[in-house]
Design a binder for this molecule. Structure first.
Ligand code: SAH
Length: 503
């Protein structure tokens, strides 16, 4: 009997022994049983478990932990009692050291398996992962759903993993301590004024979510109530309660009357204070990152995209900036630039920066942030990187810096860069490419294309932006090979020469 024929007979609810040898992006344990790969929530690398099959596909399946037979040596007592029920922290039971080792290894193995890079060449370029000194209370943003529990009691909290049932959470250990007082104040106001919580199943009720943002450097607090209606009743009482909290800077409500999972609606109304909070990202030369000290201020509104882990972001951006090796003379493209967070740092050290981003509001924020910091050498373009970049590359009447930049920085979403974008980058032949990635699988795929196109992998460094989850960020430096760069210089100077007089 072949192993597969044995497995074919496995049915839902069958029990079997499983050794967990890997971990998926969502922190689920992965183990192999008779040639089939099983994904098991709450199982950790190193665990030996009795598993119960919950779903079977042809070559893989899902199972749950029936019993831990031999616990992984890397298990620790999770600090949050809700970690198994809540969908937020998938790997809190794994020691932080092992979380880092796992993430570092994940990047390397994807580069090997998907990117086809050899172990030896990765040995030369991979630097140790940059972890967090304090892997709790690192998030500057929290969105708490509001609802009623089974007894009809008003609760705020988080959604349970893969469901929309609200687990009451008074204090999340990933968020700042300030969140707790805000939640209390809003709940008290709702009870006092009989403001109903939103009910997802019927689409009735008013308060859907409480969004809280906190400026780590300024200690400014923003609260935004997302409501199912276009008017906030009893707002004076709400303001009375919230405005006395330390750091309170901005109170607003956002209208979302759609039956949707998307949290924020389009319209936001500020009812007290400023419509935004201000925060700074401060890059420092720490020895690990050799950048000049510099800070950029950002205005953050309820809708703005902003990195949620400011402490790690400073390390990540410092590295990206260090890899860009700017002297003040360079032209730089920053693709997938969001609100211009990286672009504005680049612009302080470069001659000119061009940012591209697909979300109109983010482009508006990028322009505002540039003005706020007195930056005049950063231009922002709205559109898809894979369309905007070729348009500029193919246009004749541009300065050479736009068509042949010295550096290109990319920070794409999880799906990575579009092929058209990568081929245009190769055609532009920048001296250096800095790739910031939030998915090492698509990173590996894209790096293979860039390396096959003539670039050399110089440095790879993973960062932990999201402790207790399976996510890992990576910054990669690629450079144009020495011989190749000479060849291209000749080609470029021919291309850029004005030959019109000879025709
Ligand atoms: N570099 C920024 C944001 C990176 S997140 C920062 O560090 O803050 C990735 C960004 O890519 C998002 O803002 C998203 O809106 C944008 N995006 C997604 N697809 C895109 C595309 N095809 N072209 C340009 N931008 C895109």
């Amino acid at each position: 009997m072949t192993p597969t024929s044995q497995v074919k007979r496995m049915k839902k609810n069958d029990l079997f022994s499983l050794k967990i040898t890997d971990m998926g992006v969502d922190g689920e344990g992965i183990g192999k049983y008779d040639g089939m790969t099983f994904f098991v929530k709450d199982a950790l690398i190193g665990d030996e478990i009795r598993a119960r099959a919950t779903k079977l596909k042809k070559h893989y399946g899902y199972a749950r932990v029936e019993k831990i037979i031999t616990p992984s040596p890397y298990r620790v007592e999770p600090q949050c009692p809700l970690h198994r029920r809540c969908g937020g922290c998938q790997i809190q039971a794994l020691s932080y050291e092992q979380q880092l080792a796992f993430k570092e290894n994940k990047v390397r193995s994807n580069l090997q398996r998907i990117g086809g890079f050899s172990k030896e060449e990765l040995e030369q370029v991979c630097l140790p992962i940059v972890g967090m000194e304090h892997p709790f209370r690192y998030r500057n943003k929290a969105q708490f759903p509001v609802g009623l529990d089974k007894e009809g009691k008003l609760v705020t909290g988080f959604y349970a993993a893969r469901t929309h049932a609200i687990i009451p959470v008074e204090d999340c250990l990933l968020g700042v301590e300030e969140n707790k007082d805000v939640l209390m104040a809003v709940k008290e106001w709702m009870l006092l004024k009989q403001i109903p919580a939103y009910d997802e199943t019927t689409g009735t009720g008013l308060v859907r979510h409480i969004l809280i943002r906190y400026g780590f450097t300024t200690e400014e607090v923003m609260v935004c109530l997302i409501i199912n209606g276009d008017r906030l009743p009893e707002k004076e009482t709400l303001i009375e309660r919230l405005s006395v909290l330390p750091g309170m800077t901005s109170i607003s409500y956002n209208v979302n009357t759609e039956r949707t999972n998307v949290i924020l609606g389009k319209h936001t109304e500020c009812i007290w204070g400023m419509p935004y909070i201000t925060d700074y990202i401060h890059l420092r030369n720490t020895g690990d990152f050799s950048v000049e000290d510099t800070a950029i201020a950002y205005h953050i509104s309820p809708q703005s995209f902003y990195q949620v882990n400011p402490v790690q972001t400073e390390k990540l951006y410092s590295t990206a900036l260090e890899y860009a090796k700017l002297t003040g003379k360079e032209s730089v493209w920053d693709l997938y630039c969001g609100i211009g967070t990286i672009s504005l740092f680049l612009s302080q050290k470069a001659k000119q920066v061009y940012g591209v981003e697909i979300v109109p509001q983010a482009i508006e924020d990028a322009k505002t942030n540039a003005a706020l910091n007195g930056i005049t050498n950063a231009e922002f373009f709205l559109g898809k990187a894979e369309e905007v970049l070729p348009q500029f590359y193919n246009s004749d009447d541009l300065d050479a810096g736009m068509r042949h930049p010295d550096v290109i920085v990319v920070d794409p979403p999880r799906k990575g860069c579009d092929e058209q974008c990568l081929s245009t980058m190769l055609a532009m032949r920048p001296e250096r490419i800095v790739y910031v990635s939030c998915d090492s699988a698509t990173l590996a795929r894209d790096l293979r294309i860039l390396v096959d196109g003539g670039y050399e992998l110089q440095k790879v460094r993973a960062f932990d932006q999201f402790a207790h989850t399976g996510h890992v960020e990576t910054v990669v430096l690629l450079s144009k090979g020495i011989i190749d760069s000479q060849k291209v210089k000749v080609e470029m100077s021919l291309e850029d020469m004005d030959m019109s007089g000879f025709q």
